[in-house]
Design a protein around this ligand. Structure first.
Ligand SMILES: *Cc1c(COP(=O)(O)O)cnc(C)c1O
Length: 475
């Protein structure tokens, strides 16, 4: 599109002397040829980038059934609030007396998350779910250390999220994986066999990555507490249980939230998140500093805590995400938050039942906010979960999570969320049903899907192993 001399914005003639480059730079710093930069008008540039942005899929453009990620629609009122200049332009080195509104918001957000979790104290510092896990496990360690106990093992069911064993290992713990039984629940015999004075904590994702609520959670908590261990909850799936049950009531001692999932901040593509942790009183002395403190009507930062694990984040965390979560909680209120989970669970069960005749659905009973289907039936025809995911792109949908959790072969992990209408769910189910038919009738066509996308089937392994980050102009 480039035309010599075409410019985006006109510049005035320079009013300083024109000096040739070779009088300013040494010869070895000069190019032999001028760079091939495109010369374009402003509208051409704007249209180019707007066009590229339309090739991107987002939850503002269509349904995003990405299991375990809670890709729900994020209300725009959250964006409005986080862009208010008192929040957006506050500087971390500002005196706290001039940031009272923000500190009040953070103080109240801590109280709301404590109420939602049924636990006593909250730190907003961790800036992602996995960071919350690491911080929570550091608290577990500090707690046992303070009691003079040497415990080196974290027990983790095989239905946990992959970050759970990773965070445990990063924190210096040994990980023992517990198998699930045929109902997708923790095998209590396996738990018993592994409990002992070496266990620092039991770390559970509940609802788990199969989308199932652990029915024996109270029994498990009691057994772990009996041997002096603590209970850690990966709370990334709070979208399923808001206002219905509270982790503090089923025996959890420490948990993290994923504000960017459950409490509605746009995420993905490495965008900012927030992974606050909530703890029982017994763990509060170890929380990161600074703490948000209130004395009278004044808010401040408190760092005088002898047993703290220290800072886990510069300044106050990802404040923009905290403002969005606060806005989301305040705009919905307690009844609204409960309605979120009721609708999220209803939507997942609706889709699951619509797909049941066409795909294998392991594990009986009801699911929570997400479910796992399996393409084992389609695989007999040579069509894999990957092919189905790629074909969905042709139907205009973002593919679901695939090959996770690992305990289901050819897994398709679907989380519709509460923000989708019945019509959208029906369209998505129709697409998956049409693909199941195609798998029967024309499996070869699926094996190189997508056919109507911006790019065809990519070699994902090659893309990951042979990164090409340098752009070379066409010869
Ligand atoms: C997303 C997720 C995590 C990790 O959270 P990040 O914010 O991506 O670090 C952990 N556990 C579960 C169950 C999740 O879904």
């Amino acid at each position: 599109m480039s035309r010599p001399g075409r410019v985006g914005c006109p510049m005035p003639k320079p009013d300083v002397p024109d000096i040739p480059l070779d009088q300013l730079l040494p010869a070895d710093a000069l190019r032999a040829d001028a760079p091939r930069l495109p010369e374009l008008s402003e509208p051409e540039v704007v249209r180019h980038f707007t066009g590229l942005s339309r090739e991107c899929y987002s939850v503002d453009s269509n349904f995003y059934p990405l299991g375990s990620c809670t890709m729900k629609y994020n209300p725009k009122v959250n964006e409005w609030a986080s862009a208010l200049s008192g929040f957006a332009h506050v500087h971390p080195y500002q005196d706290t007396s001039t940031a009272q509104g923000l500190l009040c918001l953070m103080y109240e957000l801590e109280r709301y998350l404590a109420e939602i979790s049924g636990l006593d104290a909250v730190s907003l510092q961790p800036c992602a779910g996995a960071h919350g896990e690491l911080t929570g496990l550091m608290l577990v360690r500090a707690y046992h250390d303070a009691r003079g106990e040497k415990r080196d093992t974290i027990l983790i069911p095989d239905s946990a999220h992959g970050t759970n064993p990773a965070s445990s290992a990063l924190c210096g713990y040994k990980v023992v994986q517990l198998r699930s039984n045929e109902e997708g629940m923790v095998d209590l015999a396996a738990l018993d066999a592994n409990l002992g004075p070496h266990v620092a904590a039991f770390m559970i994702t509940n609802p788990n990555t199969l989308g199932l609520f652990e029915r024996n959670i109270v029994k498990i908590s009691e057994a772990v507490h009996r041997v002096g261990g603590l209970m850690y909850l990966d709370g990334a799936n709070m979208n399923a249980i808001l206002g219905i049950t509270r982790p503090g009531e089923f025996g959890i001692d420490v948990m993290h939230f994923n504000l960017h999932k459950t409490f509605s901040t746009p995420h993905g593509g490495g965008g900012p998140g927030a992974g606050p942790i909530a703890v029982r009183k017994s763990l509060e002395p170890f929380l990161p500093i600074p703490r948000i403190v209130k004395s009278g009507e004044t808010y401040g930062l408190g760092s005088a805590r002898p047993q703290t694990i220290g800072r886990v984040r510069s300044f106050l965390g990802n404040v923009g995400v905290l403002v969005r979560a606060y806005t989301y909680i305040r705009s919905l209120g307690p009844d609204g938050l409960k309605a979120v989970s009721v609708a999220a669970v209803l939507n997942a069960n609706y889709l699951r039942e619509k797909l049941r005749p066409y795909y294998d659905i392991p594990y009986d009973g009801r699911c929570m906010h997400e479910f796992v289907a399996s393409a084992v039936r389609q695989k007999e025809k040579g069509v894999r979960a990957l092919d189905i995911a790629k074909r969905l792109i042709d139907f205009g949908f973002h593919p679901p999570t695939i090959y996770f959790p690992l305990i289901v072969p050819e897994a398709l992990m679907i989380e519709p969320t509460e923000t989708e209408s019945r019509e959208t769910l029906d369209q998505f189910a129709d697409a998956l049903i049409a693909i199941a038919r195609e798998a029967d009738e024309n499996p070869a066509m699926l094996q190189d899907a997508p056919h109507h996308a911006y790019v065809a089937r990519l070699d994902e392994v090659k893309a990951a192993r042979e990164l090409k980050l340098r752009w070379k102009p066409p010869a």
